[in-house]
Structure formats: structure tokens, C-alpha cells
Design a protein around this ligand. Structure first.
Ligand code: SF4
Length: 475
């Protein structure tokens, strides 16, 4: 079992001024920047004068794409791309995106980041009316609803609008029709989506702003929760019918999911992590130690913030091996401990004989933290004090991450004292929810914090959607 939390997906779309091979290439480079949002599969679809071609596969962007298959996508003026980590639907090729539909009203390709919490109900309803689905992905249900609504409306935008009314849960979507590129976010705005522009004025959309500089573009603004933006040629239309006065972005985007160079809701993810580390130090002032280290990668920035605020020296505690691929051979049980050191090893000179504050971004199942504490102790750290830059994860997430059951959450089974003992630390402390909200700094009512306090901005489904959905679809 992989012990980290996973984001569901990353999406990208571009409408270029002139048709060229660059539409596919831009998508390719942008997906590289979004790779952290999903490593199971990826794909690109290109629109050449109304004809959409696509290529997708299982694996990383660098495994799936090469010069030949990028060029085979052809000259186009629109392209969309996707990196996937599944939360609804398994990780088979049928569930890889973009999802391409050939329909009486023209072709349609769609990419989705999120999780439709009423997917099962919608699927059953559509199937009872004769629909046949080819995958177990909730995205196919969205695509089906759009094509059905397209038959009753005059434009793809209207069909998309009608579909939004049917959907519950989280969805940041990019839809590419024969002539238009449409980007939209669910009215809560659980998952991020932003808009950028290239030097020559081509419009782009991406899950995170870190994708724009890789294609020579810059961040313009976030797509508002509930907003639908349609690009056709040089015309851009903004529809705010579903926008509310505020949204509730997933707070975990700042803690862990997003890349630190991204800007989400006008707030730097890097700055949010640095501030979270400072608040963590403020809340744990009494701690006496010699050095502060961060757990690579997402704990490093908070560790720097902690050190700055506490006045303790920051040092590199670990080296992370960047060359472990997906085909990593799993060890036998008695090799397991050494293999952890292949992935992450302590820098003994920096921690030996010292009282170490080890800052991590979060603790989900506790098993990874336990191993890392052991690595420090084996490197002769005198004491290891674990400080976590977010609160205890106590509730499932239904809105686009892979934590769908409290069974997997250590804080649901143990109190702080028990967790401290389990992970082998000398002490353990978490950042408070108020501290985290203040650290991020946007209006603190504008978050989803459901996994920390059980209060969700939208009523969660009464069952674990992923398990129920997979059970039904895959028998
Ligand atoms: S429940 Fe937690 S992980 Fe899920 S969307 Fe809300 S804040 Fe994010």
C-alpha cells in the first residue's frame, strides 16, 4: 500500500492562435509540470479543424509520449491533456483521459479533475434509459450527460450548463468540442483550475499555474468556483450563473497536493507552506531541540518556516533518491528496511547526537512517518520530535482524493500519545486548524476542511463512493 495521500488528476487545455504542431507539444510540456497530480495514466487530444485525435496510455508522461506519437496527433489549434490518479474507477486504460466521444452533434473530448459524488445514481438513471458505458469512470457519465443535453440545446455551452445542474461533488473540467474550448469549475470550487495566456495571446487552462511558464505563458487568474469560460478563436465568454459569493477550495492543496511554485486562489503555495511552518513553531514554543529537518519533499518548506520562527538552525536531514521508477521491484519482508533507505536516507553528520525536530506535511496512516523516524534514530539522532504542518486527518474525503475510509486514518484509531509511541518519536505535535487557515491567509471561511473536522461544504454521499462505484461496475 502506498501510504501517501493522492490527488486525483491534473488537467490542461490550450486554444492557440494558429494551427500548428505546438498545440500537442504545449500540452505535453504542461503535463510534465502537472505530473505530481497523477502518475497512473496520461493522454492528449488535439483538434485539427474539427477532427479530434488522441493518444493516451498507462504510465508517466515521459513513458507514454514520444516525438512520433506527439506528431501523429497532427496540426491543431486546440488541445487538452490529462494526468490521472484514480479515485472513482480503476486505473485501466479505459479510464485514462481525455475521454473522446463521437456524437451526432460532433466530436467532444473531456478531461476532469475531481470526483462526482452522485455518479452511481446518475449512471443507474442513464442505464435505465438505455445508455451503455465503456468505463468505470465518473467522467464518462459527465460526457454522456453533456451529449444528451446537447441534443436538447443549441450550443455546447448550454449543454454543459444543463449538465452542471445534474452533478454533485467536485469537478474542474476542460471540454473541447469541434470549435470551442470550455473550462469550468464546480460551484464549491473544491479543486483548482486557472487561466493563463501565452506571449502570442493564446488562452490556456490548467489545474495549477506551474504549467504555464513551461509553455512560455503566464498566469492570468483562477477560474472562479461555478464559472464557465468558453474560448472560440479570439472571443472569450465568461458565464457566472453558478458562481456563489465564495467557494471552498480544498485546504490540502496548499498543504500537500499542489506544487510550491503554483498560485491558487491568488495565494502562493510556497508562502502558505512556509507560514504553516512558522505557525507550527509558534504553537509549539516550549520544544527544546538542536536542529530542524524537513521530510522531502512537501515537508521541506514548512521545516524552513519552523526554523525561521523558532530560531533553531535548519539543516538537510535526508537525501531522497529521485531515480526510483514505477517498476521498482518490491522487496521481500526481510529486505524492507534497507529498501526504505534506498528511497530516503538520513545525512548522519547533520543529525547524529542531536535533538531533531522533524517537520512533515501530514500524517495519514502513520506507517511512512514511523519509518522515517526510524531512519533518523538509526542515524543516531538523540531525540526525534515530530511536528506536522496540518491538523490530524480524521475524516474521509469524498471530493477527489483517495482517502475514502476512516479505517486508513491513524488519528481515528489512536490518540496523540498512542501515535507518538507507534511512530517511535519522542514527542508529536500538529498544527491547529485555525493556525493552518491563518497561515494560508485567504479569507479563512473559503476552504473545505472536511477531512480535519468532518464539516464538508457539500453533503457527502452516505457511502464510500469509490468502493461502491467500483463494486457495482467491476462486479
Ligand atoms: S475533505 Fe479534505 S482532502 Fe477532501 S476536498 Fe476537503 S479538504 Fe480536501
Amino acid at each position: 500500500m502506498n501510504n501517501s495521500l493522492h490527488e486525483e488528476c491534473g488537467v490542461f487545455g490550450i486554444y492557440t492562435k494558429n494551427a500548428s504542431l505546438d498545440a500537442a507539444r504545449s500540452c505535453f510540456f504542461a503535463l510534465y509540470s502537472l505530473q505530481h497530480r497523477g502518475q497512473e495514466s496520461c493522454g492528449i487530444a488535439v483538434n485539427s479543424a474539427g477532427i479530434i485525435k488522441q493518444h493516451k496510455g498507462i504510465g508517466l508522461v515521459c513513458d507514454v509520449f514520444n516525438n512520433e506519437n506527439i506528431e501523429s496527433l497532427g496540426v491543431g489549434n486546440m488541445a487538452i491533456g490529462h494526468v490521472r490518479y484514480s479515485t472513482t474507477g480503476n486505473s485501466s486504460i479505459e479510464n485514462a483521459q481525455p475521454l473522446l466521444i463521437k456524437h451526432i452533434k460532433g466530436p467532444l473530448a473531456i478531461v476532469h479533475n475531481g470526483n462526482i459524488t452522485n455518479a452511481l445514481e446518475l449512471r443507474e438513471k442513464f442505464e435505465s434509459l438505455g445508455a451503455i458505458f465503456h468505463s468505470s469512470s465518473d467522467t464518462e457519465i459527465i460526457a454522456y450527460a453533456i451529449t444528451q443535453n446537447r441534443l436538447k440545446t443549441n450550443s455546447i455551452e448550454q449543454a454543459v450548463k444543463k449538465t452542471v445542474k445534474l452533478l454533485k461533488g467536485s469537478f474542474s473540467l476542460i471540454v473541447m468540442s469541434a470549435q470551442k474550448l470550455i473550462a469550468l469549475r464546480d460551484p464549491i470550487g473544491f479543486r483548482p483550475l486557472c487561466m493563463g495566456v501565452t506571449k502570442d495571446g493564446s488562452f490556456m487552462f490548467a489545474s495549477e499555474s506551474c504549467a504555464f511558464p513551461t509553455v512560455g505563458g503566464k498566469f492570468l487568474r483562477d477560474v472562479k468556483p461555478g464559472e464557465i469560460i468558453t474560448v472560440k478563436g479570439s472571443t472569450v465568454k465568461y458565464d457566472e450563473t453558478f458562481c456563489k459569493s465564495k467557494g471552498n477550495i480544498c485546504i490540502f492543496e496548499y498543504v500537500y497536493f499542489a506544487r510550491p511554485d503554483s498560485i491558487i486562489e491568488n495565494t502562493s503555495v510556497y508562502k502558505a507552506r512556509l507560514e504553516a511552518g512558522k505557525y507550527l513553531a509558534k504553537e509549539h514554543k516550549a520544544l527544546t531541540a538542536d536542529v530542524v529537518v524537513g521530510v522531502p519533499d512537501s515537508g521541506l518548506i514548512a521545516a524552513k518556516g519552523f526554523a525561521k520562527q523558532s530560531g533553531l538552525p535548519y539543516c538537510d536531514g535526508f537525501v531522497k533518491n529521485k531515480y526510483i521508477g514505477r517498476s521498482f521491484i518490491e522487496p521481500t519482508q526481510n529486505m524492507r528496511e534497507n529498501v526504505v533507505k534506498i528511497k530516503l536516507n538520513a545525512i548522519e553528520q547533520n543529525v547524529s547526537g542531536k535533538r531533531v525536530v522533524m517537520v512533515d506535511d501530514s500524517i495519514v496512516r502513520g506507517t511512512t512517518c514511523k519509518r522515517i523516524v526510524k531512519i533518523l534514530k538509526n542515524a543516531n539522532a538523540k531525540e526525534v520530535h515530530v511536528r506536522v504542518a496540518c491538523p490530524c486527518f480524521k475524516h474521509p474525503c469524498y471530493f477527489g482524493t483517495d482517502i475514502d475510509s476512516t479505517e486508513n486514518l491513524i488519528a481515528c484509531k489512536m490518540n496523540i500519545e498512542q501515535i507518538t509511541k507507534y511512530i517511535g518519536a519522542d514527542s508529536l505535535g500538529f498544527l491547529s486548524l485555525e493556525g493552518l487557515k491563518e497561515a494560508i491567509g485567504i479569507d479563512n471561511t473559503n476552504f473545505c476542511v472536511g477531512c480535519f473536522n468532518g464539516i464538508y461544504p457539500q453533503k457527502p454521499p452516505s457511502y464510500s463512493n469509490k468502493n461502491k462505484f467500483d463494486e457495482k461496475i467491476e462486479g
